[in-house]
Write a protein that binds this ligand. Structure first.
Ligand code: RB5
Length: 151
């Protein structure tokens, strides 16, 4: 079976957490497309958000993970990109619900907010939960309509 592909990006504030998470995700059976950053040197999170979003927009992968100090900047940047529904989560209920209800395609969290153990639980909840569709599809379509109206 082909490996599921996952794109991951971070800024300097989450570089250490990303390094620890990649082997965990590989162990879960994912092929990881790491778009950087590649060092703890100060950098700008929108650069890496854009790279993960482009991988999703281009159909290289369906889901992505973006990590910064809080997860907030990454989620704001990602949600500027067409077709991206990014959710910043620090609890597993939200990480699961945003897949079920919002069909979120990018999970964001912060190294300054969650530790490695919670980060693993967040990615498990997010990656292992399918979108429920039904009435939620109508609402997700309304999000897409907002993008289309502003073309
Ligand atoms: C970097 O200091 C920090 O601002 C960034 O990682 C992120 O938390 C922004 O939302």
């Amino acid at each position: 079976m082909n490996k599921k592909i996952l794109s991951i990006g971070c800024d300097h504030a989450a570089y250490n957490l990303k390094l620890k998470l990649i082997p965990y995700l590989e162990e879960k059976g994912y092929e990881i497309l790491d778009v950087g950053t590649d060092s703890p040197d100060s950098c700008d999170y929108p650069v890496f958000a854009k790279r993960v979003c482009e991988n999703i927009q281009n159909g290289v992968c369906e889901l992505g993970i973006l990590i910064c100090g809080t997860g907030i900047g990454m989620s704001m940047a990602a949600n500027k990109h067409r077709g991206i529904r990014a959710a910043v989560c620090s609890d597993t209920f939200s990480a699961r619900a945003t897949r079920q209800h919002n069909n979120a395609n990018v999970l964001c969290f912060g190294e300054r907010v969650v530790g490695y153990g919670m980060a693993c639980e967040l990615v498990d909840a997010f990656l292992d939960t399918p979108f429920e569709g039904g009435k939620h599809q109508r609402r997700v379509d309304m999000l897409t309509a907002i993008e289309d109206a502003e073309k």
